[in-house]
Design a binder for this molecule. Structure first.
Ligand code: PAF
Length: 285
């Protein structure tokens, strides 16, 4: 497995090797990332992962500085997973000058949920993903790229980015990988204390309960959703969580359910803070 840091070296390493299957990451890899490598690998001629902690998608008070940077260990895991090439640029490599042109995703999709609580987050994500796609696919005539379903809103936005800019990239979406107790795997789980780790599964349990309530409401869901969400948020808050949202939405556009939206069309999503760790999760109904 080859590790490159600059665009020039990346392009040289890609030359003549066919269509890449690409997994963009911010490093500190867990089994969820490796499952994406497994998903993408058979869909390309060579498997490429990127490791880059993207300052543009962090708010000033967020964990950009403390985000774990574990390049050596990440590369070992990627090598073992059958990855062929790692692109690990420095900030200067990826942003050689201040990024004055940015991608502004549709506010109807990007300013709600995560975007409401992390303003500018999806502009940062969409901008770096477009740059990474240009780096990886710019000279290869396209390929596939894999993203995790745990970041539900992110994968929707990236799919729209690809459609709207007519990028020659097929987006693959991998299922959320979970620990034995059901906690969604996330790099940020590393921040949890032992007691918080034991409590953390309650977010996915709260989503399951909300999904059950949503299904039980059936035709009445559009009018009852807000009250069900309120009850779910209060229950989690009573356990000591700071809840940003627990909500039932349409899978297609993340808007509230409308009459006729039943199972197969809906997803419950949640974000809440346990101590200093903010966790997100979702469950398709
Ligand atoms: O999901 C992530 O790890 C990041 O948001 C991504 C897509 C690598 C962009 O920095």
């Amino acid at each position: 497995m080859q590790i490159v840091h600059t665009l020039t070296d990346l392009r040289a390493a890609l030359a003549g090797r066919g269509k890449p299957a690409f997994v963009p990451t911010m490093g500190n890899l867990h089994d969820g990332h490796l499952a994406l490598v497994e998903l993408a690998r058979p869909r390309g001629d060579l498997t490429v992962a990127s490791i880059f902690v993207n300052r543009l998608q962090f708010l000033p008070h967020e964990d950009f500085d403390s985000y774990p940077r574990t390049l050596e260990r990440d590369c070992e895991r990627l090598r073992a997973a059958g990855c062929d090439l790692v692109f690990a640029p420095s900030e200067r490599d990826l942003y050689p000058e201040p990024q004055t042109f940015k991608v502004q995703p549709d506010p109807a999709l990007a300013d709600i949920l995560e975007g409401q609580f992390r303003p500018g987050f999806f502009t940062g994500v969409a901008t770096v993903v477009l740059k990474l796609f240009a780096a990886v696919f710019g000279t290869t005539g396209g390929g596939v790229a894999a993203f995790g379903k745990k970041d539900y809103q992110q994968q929707l936005i990236i799919r729209r980015l690809v459609e709207q800019f007519m990028l020659p990239v097929e987006i693959l979406v991998g299922e959320t990988q979970r620990a034995e107790d059901g906690l969604a795997l996330s790099s940020r789980n590393a921040y949890l204390s032992e007691a918080e780790r034991a409590e953390a599964v309650q977010l996915s349990l709260a989503l399951r309960a909300l999904a059950r309530d949503a299904l039980a409401a059936a035709e009445g869901l559009p009018t009852q959703a807000a009250a069900l969400e309120q009850r779910a948020m209060q229950a989690l808050a009573a356990r000591g969580w700071q809840v940003d949202y627990l909500t039932v939405r349409r899978r297609i556009d993340l808007q509230p359910p409308r009459p006729g939206d039943g199972s197969g069309a809906l997803v419950v999503l949640g974000a809440a803070r346990l101590g200093r760790t903010r966790l997100i999760d979702n469950l398709e109904i």
